[in-house]
Design a protein around this ligand. Sequence first.
Ligand SMILES: Cc1ncc(COP(=O)(O)O)c(C=O)c1O
Length: 406
Amino acid sequence: MTTTANKTDSFMGDPDATGRFGQFGGRYVPETLVPACAELEVAFREAWADPEFKREFHNLLNTYGGRPSPVTECFRLSEELGFRILLKREDLNHTGSHKINNVIGQALLAKRMGKNRLVAETGAGQHGVATATAAALMGMECIVFMGEVDVKRQALNVFRMKLLGTEVRTAMSGSRTLKDAVNEAMRDWVATVNFTHYCLGSVMGPHPYPWMVREFHRVIGDEARTQCAQMIPGDGIPDYVVACVGGGSNAAGIFSGFADTRAKLIGAEPAGGAAVGRAVPGVVHGSKSYLMQDEFGQVQEAHSVSAGLDYPGVGPEHAHLADIGRARYESVTDTEVLDAFQLLSRTEGIIPALEPAHGLAWMVKAKSELAGTTVLLNMSGRGDKDVAQVQAILDGDPEALATMRP
Ligand SMILES: Cc1ncc(COP(=O)(O)O)c(C=O)c1O
């Protein structure tokens, strides 16, 4: 690992010494948290440079997490849409999404730092379940904060966390979704920082989180690069790499494997949470990035049919990649997402989570641009957690329909 912090000119290298990617990132936290962030940065730099830590991390990802995840060729869907579609199958990981990669890394790091209590925020519940899982595996205490709205729409994941021995605390403030869960988790961390590690679930928050979380997910892109080299004639590089963007961790993971290639990088955002699409800079949850806000700088409430993308901000590295033109961010509506969710289920026998269905929804919309190309989509999670919600929407249940905007 490079410990000098001057690689911003190489795509998706290390942030600068202040934790910035271009103008974005940094560390905007209360004074009580500055030492904790600094301690975490040092611990991560040391661990990531330690071959024994990396060996233990990759060993757990393989023997416990189920890596490497395969790349699946979608023959029927490719024929229907007119371009070649490959899926990176993070949905096949233990606990059902990419989130386990980051969580295993952070839980190992917390142990190494002598901290035996984890706090985390969750939206869809996938990061919460993954954190609860790692805590059970490693014998750690775990508290997960979740907005009241998400507790209702992701009831199954709440039960899973409880089964895993985690305490789920309901966040009742604001929009009662992911943003509010992050606020509560940060508040807990401030009060308990001596013995608690905040296991943040995406490439957001103060430095070193955006960088550290991306590094723990880099395995997605590294594996996919090797797998594509076997599957794609010529240079082995897909024409497009597509991923959904909430905070942006699965996208950062897969983009990092292709950032230095000719592949076009596309992030799919929900229309009601298109932080990059609107491109207004601001500071939230400890870093500067693009952020949905009103004319007074107040953070606006995001909306998405998928709990995991219901977030008004985005990780700072994505703001930077958009700013320098290396990645493009496109938005899709809830209705388009629901159609894509059903399309993949019907044509390939793969029920996606609503989050990666955003990536597919963009591909359907962009099919004339994509004609004849090869597209790699990061299938960041499986749809088990969403089928009850989708069933209720399709059945016309008024409460479920209220989670949708056309
Ligand atoms: C399956 C799945 N994909 C994507 C996301 C969005 O997170 P990120 O943008 O950090 O990958 C979530 C969040 O819960 C998720 O559960």
